[in-house]
Design a protein around this ligand. Structure first.
Ligand code: KG4
Ligand code: ZN
Length: 364
């Protein structure tokens, strides 16, 4: 028997709608629609929450129609609606939450609240190989405990998953997120928003040994991260260069910053591997698209002989599919909420959605 979910994601600046279906252990993506607001936020150099909300509202209806059409979905073949309830920008979150509530009421379908971060984690946990029409294998039981490096624009953390839907944050950033640091340094180097992808492209043309930037938190004795010191280090270095040198050195500065940031991420991941001996290593979140990070984490996983799962490249950034993937699991675990009770929470921690009755889920 098949389980089909509509998934909605509006936590930041991407409106993501998807339909995912599970048959046995195979999950198929039947529709994956994404409306990115990048061009709009590039004008202001960052996301303005109310502008993001207005855009989500503007595209929600046409995107929903497209998603349902593409996947041949209507109220008769849909089982539930998965919705990102946090963390994220409140004005943006509530647009998706309200749309999900309206559909739940009109179609009499259960709502599955999903934490945005668990969406990122599931995009790596269930991924087979990257492909446009992705199929996913839900038989992930053998991967636990899994250690995840979750790196996005808003979060940087190491998460231990001892089972499905069970998360323990064992390390996190004390200030900026990794993606945020990439974006800020990119801005410093005059690159357009969002800076992460542009900065890593520029870094490809530079020499990472040119500047010896701070490798943050190497000796902190815990699994936490910090990126504001590194960012400041880059800032002062750039300020001390004259205009002409700044221009000439941009690629070297980008490469040196990227090397320092990636080294800090990989170093703490290595420490976490040693401490927790997981059966699988996961890499997810927007910054997981970074080629150097992917490469360095692959090397680490090989050296430590732990299988590595990375979210497919097209699912690293925010999207509806990842919410559907986590949503399927949560739905099977009966983690549903009646629509009048569903709310958005801007600062939602990973462990705050009600722990489901795992014994009531299928064996896999
Ligand atoms: O997961 P995501 O799409 O949104 C959040 O939940 O925050 O992550 C977006 C972040 C941005 O900071 C963006 O600059 C960064 O991911 N990013 C990258 C790369 N691609 C996206 N950072 C470094 N290298 C990349 N290739
Ligand atoms: Zn995200």
């Amino acid at each position: 028997m098949a389980t089909r979910l509509l998934a909605i994601e509006t936590s930041c600046d991407e409106t993501g709608l998807a339909v995912v279906e599970q048959r046995g252990s195979t999950i198929t993506v039947l529709a994956n629609e994404l409306a990115s607001q990048t061009d709009i936020h590039a004008l202001t150099g960052g996301v303005v929450p109310n502008v993001a909300a207005r855009e989500h509202l503007a595209v929600m209806q046409p995107l929903l129609r497209q998603t349902l059409e593409t996947s041949n979905t209507d109220r008769n073949n849909l089982d539930a609606i998965a919705i990102t309830v946090g963390p994220g920008l409140m004005p943006a979150l509530v647009i998706g939450v309200q749309a999900a509530k309206a559909l739940s009421f009109a179609w009499d379908k259960p709502l599955v609240p999903v934490n945005h971060l668990e969406g990122h984690l599931y995009s790596a946990l269930l991924s087979t190989v990257s492909s446009k029409r992705a199929t996913f294998n839900s038989q992930a039981q053998e991967h636990f405990p899994a250690l995840a490096l979750l790196v996005s624009g808003g979060h940087t953390m190491l998460v231990l998953m001892t089972d499905h839907l069970s998360y323990q944050v064992i390390g996190q950033t004390r200030d900026d997120a990794a993606g945020e640091a990439f974006d800020k340094v990119a801005r410093l180097l005059g690159l357009p928003y969002p800076g992460g992808p542009a900065l890593s492209r520029l870094a490809g043309e530079g020499n990472s040994d040119s500047y010896d930037f701070t490798r943050p938190m190497m000796n902190s004795g815990d699994l936490d991260f910090s990126f504001s010191g590194l960012k400041t280090d880059v800032l002062y270095t750039v300020r001390n260069l004259d205009q002409a040198t700044q221009e000439r050195e941009r690629a070297n500065l980008a490469a040196s910053f990227q090397a320092a940031a990636v080294e800090a991420l990989v170093y703490k991941t290595k420490q976490a591997l040693a401490k927790h001996s997981p059966r699988t290593l996961l890499l997810a979140g927007g910054v997981a698209a970074n080629q150097l990070l992917r490469q360095k984490l692959k090397q680490l996983a090989e050296a430590e002989q732990v299988p590595l799962r990375i979210a497919p490249l097209d699912l690293c950034g925010d999207n509806g599919v990842m919410i559907g993937l986590a949503g399927l699991r949560a739905f099977q675990a009966k983690r549903t909420t009646p629509w009048p009770d569903l709310d958005a929470t801007a600062r939602l921690s990973l462990d705050s959605l009600p722990t489901p009755q795992l014994e009531s889920t299928p064996a896999h």
